[in-house]
Design a protein around this ligand. Sequence first.
Ligand SMILES: N[C@H]1[C@H](O)[C@@H](Sc2ccccc2)[C@@H]2OC[C@H]1O2
Length: 329
Amino acid sequence: QTGSANTNPSDSADDEYITNVSIGTPAQVLPLDFDTGSSDLWVFSSETPKSSASGHVTYSPSKSSTAKKLSGASWSITYGDHSSSSGDVYTDKVTVGGFSVSSQAVESATKVSTQFVQDTVISGLLGLGFDVGNTVKPRAQKTWFSNAANSLAQPLFTADLKHQQTGSYNFGFIDTTLAKGPIGYTPADGSEGYWGFTATGYSVGGAKLNRNSITGIADTGTTLLLLDDDVVNAYYNNVESAQYDDSQQGVVFDCSEDLPSFSFGVGGTTITIPGSLINLTPVSDGSSTCFGGLQSSADIGINIFGDVALKAALVVFDLGNERLGWAQK
Ligand SMILES: N[C@H]1[C@H](O)[C@@H](Sc2ccccc2)[C@@H]2OC[C@H]1O2
C-alpha cells in the first residue's frame, strides 16, 4: 500500500507548505503543515477558544463517529521559533493521500500562540519526525507515518517541495521520475526526534566542494536554509549589495542581484540550490530589497536544511534504514 498527497506553498515566499488531511467519520478535511522537524499531529478544534480559532478550519471530535477521547492524555509543544500550542487528545481515523490510519492520536488544541492564531491558512501540524519527539503525556503517541509504516509497501516517505508550484509527499514508494540525479543516501540520526544528517562539504557558485562537513536536520517545517556564520559569510561575500538588516533580522540584498548557487555534498552526490531559490522575497510588497533564503543558524544552535534547500531536491525519509536520501531535481 502507498499514499500520495499534493502539497502547496502557502504564499508567494513559499513560507510553508499546506497539505490536506482527512480526519474522522464523515471526513473533516483540514489543511496541515507537514513537519519533519516535530512529532505531534495537532489541530485547531471545537475546543480551541473561539477568538483564537477565528478564520481557521477546525476539527470537531463530537461530529466524528470514530473519534474517541484518549482519557487523561495531554500535550504541550514549543517550536524552534518560540511558537507553542497545547491541549488534550483524541484518537480517530486519519487519511493522508488516500492511506488511512484507523486509530491516530489527534491532538486537539485548547491553547495556541499568536503565530498560529495569525496563520489562518493552516489548521495545525502533522509531525513527520521520530516518535521520541512526541509530547503527549503520560504516554507518548506515534506519528501518523510511524503508525502507517508497517502497512506501507516500504517504510519511507519522500518530500518533493517546489517553488510556487504544487509538490508532493509520497508514502511507501519513491517516484524517481521526480528527480534528475541519483539518490545519495546518508545515515539519519533520529535520537533527538529530528531527521539529523551530515553533509560532507559545500561550495558557492559551482566551485569544487570543500571538505567542511555540515551537521544539521532536514526540516520541511522551516522556511529557510540556516547554517553557520562562516558558511553564510562565504556565500554573501559573493553578493555585492548583501548586508545584515537589523529590522529584518537577516541578510538582505538588491532584488536585481544575480545570486550564486549553493551546493552541498551528501551521500556521495551533490545537491545544488540555484541562486534563484536563495532570493526568497522582497522585504515588503514592491520593495527592491530582497530577503535571503540562506541565513545564520547561530542563534538556534542547530543547522536547518529547511524548504529553501529541500526545494532543490527529492528527499527520501527512510525510516526502515534510518537514512536520508537526496537527489537533485
Ligand atoms: N519545524 C518548524 C516548525 O514546523 C514551525 S511551527 C510553526 C509556527 C508558526 C507557524 C507555522 C508553523 C517552527 O518554525 C521552525 C520549526 O518550528
